[in-house]
Design a protein around this ligand. Structure first.
Ligand SMILES: [Zn+2]
Length: 91
């Protein structure tokens, strides 16, 4: 048992509800143009989290837009999906 665990802020995947530390989830951030994958987890703006590209697919056309209060175009959703896939191959 360590005290360090108390400092981990859990985030929740908006698709499946799985909880994980911020580092364990993929952050989608709202930008002036719409949405983008935030690989650093530090970009300014309203963010939402998913645990995997598969979960992103489940929410990309609906819940994600609600969570971010953003308009998500199909092109942007596709770009983010590709960014997530690429990211998953680097970790
Ligand atoms: Zn999930």
């Amino acid at each position: 048992m360590t005290q360090e665990n108390a400092h981990i802020h859990e985030r929740t995947c908006i698709a499946c509800g799985q909880k994980a530390s911020k580092a364990g989830l993929l952050r989608i951030v709202r930008t002036s143009e719409g949405i983008a994958f935030d690989a650093t987890g530090k970009a300014a703006g309203r963010g939402a989290y998913v645990c995997s590209p598969a979960c992103f697919e489940k929410v990309r056309t609906g819940r994600l837009a609600h969570a971010l209060k953003a308009n998500v175009s199909e092109d942007q959703a596709q770009a983010v999906a590709q960014a997530l896939q690429a990211h998953m191959q680097t970790v």
